[in-house]
Design a protein around this ligand. Sequence first.
Ligand SMILES: CC(C)(COP(=O)(O)OP(=O)(O)OC[C@H]1O[C@@H](n2cnc3c(N)ncnc32)[C@H](O)[C@@H]1OP(=O)(O)O)[C@@H](O)C(=O)NCCC(=O)NCCS
Length: 429
Amino acid sequence: MSNLSADYEIRRFQAAATDDPAYAESVAWMRAVAFGIHDARRSDERVDKSIELQRTDGRVLTGVYQVGTVAGHSLGADVPVATFGTMTKTLNIGFGRLLDTRLVTAVTVRTSHRRRGLLRRMMGEALAREEGLAMAALTASEASIYGRFGFGVATSEQGREDGHHGGFPAQPHPGGQRRGGRPQSAAGPGSGGLRPPAPQHARIHRPARVLPAVRLGIRQPRRGRRPEGQGGVALRAGGDVDGYVSYRFAGWSSTPYTMEVVDLVAATGAAYLELWQYLAAIDLVDRITWEEAPVDDTLRWALEDARCVEASEARDMLWLRILDVKRALEARHYPADGRLVLNVADSLGLTGGTFTVDAEGGGAVVTSGGGGAPDLELDVAALSAIYLGGVSPVTLAASGRILEHTPGAAFRAARMFAVERPPHCLTHF
Ligand SMILES: CC(C)(COP(=O)(O)OP(=O)(O)OC[C@H]1O[C@@H](n2cnc3c(N)ncnc32)[C@H](O)[C@@H]1OP(=O)(O)O)[C@@H](O)C(=O)NCCC(=O)NCCS
C-alpha cells in the first residue's frame, strides 16, 4: 500500500508565460494531461497554444509528483503522475441568474499510479478549498467515477441526425438580421460581428478553449486538418447576437452529403428555429448532424415530419456538486412557493445536514437544522442533479435516489425547482 504523503508531492500553480522560467513546469504538466488521455504526442506549437488558453481561463493546475528516485524507464520526475485543473466560470441556474462555479478539468492519473487514492486526494483537497463557492462542475469520461464525490448528472445531450429536413413552418426571426458567410469575415476583429452571446444563453460561461471564436474557425487549422468550422451565421436582434451556428461540410465522400453542426447557441426559441431553417436551406446537403443536441428538443415539434430526425441515446453531460447547500439553494429562483425540509447526506462532510427551504415570491430562505422531520432524504449528488431543474425529483424518488417521507413532497420539489427552459449545457471543458 502506497503512503501518499511520503511517495508524492502535490504542487499547485498557474500556467506560466513562455518567457517565464517556470514555463517548463507548465509544459510538463500539459504533456502529462495528453499522456493521461491517450492523446498522441502533441507538437510544441499545440502545447504552447494549450498553455496560453490555460492562462486566459485563469486555471489553477495541480500536479502530483513522485518524490525520491524515479524508475529509469519511467518519465522524469518533472512530469506529474497525476493532473487536475480548476477554473471559475459562471453557471446559468435559470431565470437569468448566474452562479460562480468551480469547473474541474484535466483529471488524469498515470496508469502505473492508479488506484492508490490520488484522485480521491486531489478531489478532496480541491473541493474543500473552494471557500466562497457554492458549486463545482465537471464533465466525465466515465459515468462511474464521480458520484462517490457527490457529483450528480444535471444535464444530458444526444447526437442527432436530420435526414431530409422535415419541412419547417415559416417562422421569421422577429426583428432579426442574419450575418453569414465564412466565419472569419463574420467574426473578425472590427467587423462588429460575432461575439460570445451573453452568459445566460449558454449554461456555462465558456472557457477559452471552446469560445465561439475558436470554433468558428478563427484559429488557424493545423496542416492536414479541417478547420473547426467552415461556415457560420449569427442572428442579430437590435445590437445583440441572439443566436449563432457554425458548421462544416463532412466532404464529398460522406453518404449522404452531410453538414456537421460544430456549435449552435440560441437565446430564444425563435432564434433556435431560424438557425435550423438556415441549415436546412443549405444546398447540396442531404443530412445535418449535431453531436451536442438537447434531449428535450423543440425542433421535433416544429417539423411537419418529426420522423426525419433520428437521435442517439441520451448521455450525461454536465455533472454538478453542491459545495454549500444553503448558499446554492438561496441563489436559485423558485417559480412556486413552498416549504421543504431536506435531509442531505454528504460523504465528504462538506455540506451535509438538515435544511429547511422556505420559498416565497421567487426567493428562498434556507435555514440549517431544526424544521422537524425531513420531507425528503437525499444525498448531495441527487440534490445537485435536480438543482438546474432538468432532472425531476419525482423521477429520482421513483428510482430510490430520493426517499420521500412526506407523501407528495417530491412533486412539490419538482414544482419549486422547475425552470423556464430545459437546461442544455453546450460546453465540454
Ligand atoms: C479515473 C482516474 C482519474 C482515477 O484515478 P485514481 O487515482 O486511480 O483513483 P483513486 O485511486 O483515487 O480512486 C478513487 C475512487 O474511485 C474509484 N475509481 C477510480 N477509477 C474508477 C473508474 N474508472 N471507474 C470506477 N471507479 C473508479 C476507486 O475504486 C476509488 O473508489 P473508493 O475510494 O470509493 O474506494 C484514472 O483512472 C484515470 O486517469 N483515468 C484515465 C483518464 C480519465 O478517465 N480521466 C477522467 C476524465 S473525466
